[in-house]
Ligand binder design. Structure first.
Ligand code: MN
Length: 325
């Protein structure tokens, strides 16, 4: 029996060695989820635990696809895996019951996340630090706590996850993230990581940007951007960031169609309007949303979509603007 209170030891205590271990990133994973899972898989291996690292949905980000290749990350589609009721699932960068986490067969044994869950997770191991800018930062601390040397590829992946989730260290950064950054900067390939992230967009994405600029509706410091073209979550996130960069705008909602639903990206730089709280309020009864103070996201199934106007009104009410604006 282990008496350590190091998180990695506690996680290992919760696992049965000869039952399959599955590390699951949230669906349509992003850089942070992939970095966290990649690092965790490596740490578990050092402790003698073999695992598979998987995701559901698909990889929609070109920069993530490129990182996976360059850093030789072994990430598998969950549909290729043989899962049994004995499979032990560890979720990274997402929580159980969230719309963007597909339920796999097996038992969720662990959750490692930096999003505020709507309720406390009921599993053997939970490490949720919603004051952290990225899940990568949490994994970095697992490495330092266990005195494990950081392999260059893992350090680069963690650096990319951290930079992506904090918009290059400009949002939601705490001293934990700063400390992780200053180590990962030297341990990883910052050059390659930042170049890959800075080139997430392609010429093909300009059409969506053009549409977004034309469609944007501004009321006071709130920009609502309904886009009709489909685009990847990475592109809608970058559109949201672009509008938040306008001096007059402090709260942004981007709406894009996404197969059988609508996807919403939210950004806030107003401490009185946390993205996650506002999106939950605005989508009550019609969809799901969550995230952090600075950024949030959500989905509305097509059959519950109230229309652009009425969705914009829900946000107007949720952030407390006068309704007629
Ligand atoms: Mn994250």
């Amino acid at each position: 029996m282990n008496t350590s209170n190091r998180k990695l030891d506690l996680l290992c205590d919760a696992l049965i060695k000869d039952h399959p271990i599955i590390i699951q990133a949230h669906d349509f994973p992003d850089h942070d989820a992939v970095a966290a899972g990649f690092a965790l898989q490596h740490l578990l291996k050092k402790r003698g635990y073999e695992s598979e690292f998987c995701y559901s949905g698909n990889i929609q980000s070109a920069s993530l696809e490129s990182a996976i290749k360059q850093l030789s990350i072994q990430l598998r589609d969950s549909q290729e895996l043989v899962l049994t009721p004995e499979s032990q699932i560890i979720l990274v960068d997402g929580f159980i019951g969230n719309k963007n986490v597909t339920e796999l067969s097996g038992t969720v044994v662990g959750v490692i996340d930096h999003h505020t869950p709507p309720e406390k997770p009921n599993c053997a191991f939970a490490d949720i630090r919603d004051d952290y800018g990225s899940c990568a930062t949490i994994l970095f601390e697992y490495y330092t706590e266990s005195n494990e040397p950081l392999d260059k590829n893992i350090a680069t992946a963690l650096l990319m996850g951290l930079m992506m989730d904090t918009a290059f260290m400009t949002r939601g950064v705490t001293h934990h993230d700063m400390n992780a950054f200053s180590h990962l900067f030297f341990a990883g390939d910052w050059e390659m990581g930042s170049r890959t992230l800075r080139n997430s967009l392609g010429l093909i994405d300009l059409a969506v940007f053009r549409e977004a600029i034309n469609a944007c509706i501004v009321a006071e410091d709130f920009a609502f951007i309904p886009v009709e073209k489909e685009c990847t979550p990475e592109v809608s996130a970058l559109i949201a960031d672009f509008f938040l960069g306008l001096r007059e705008i402090h709260f942004v909602v981007v709406l894009v169609p996404d197969r059988d639903s609508y996807r919403i990206s939210v950004r806030s730089e107003d401490p009185t309007k946390p993205s996650d709280v506002v999106i939950r309020k605005a989508l009550r009864g019609i969809g799901y949303g969550g995230g952090h103070f600075h950024m949030g996201g959500g989905t509305i199934p097509r059959d519950l979509f109230p229309g652009e106007q009425s969705l914009r009104n829900r946000f107007v009410v949720a952030i407390g603007l006068p309704e007629k604006s």
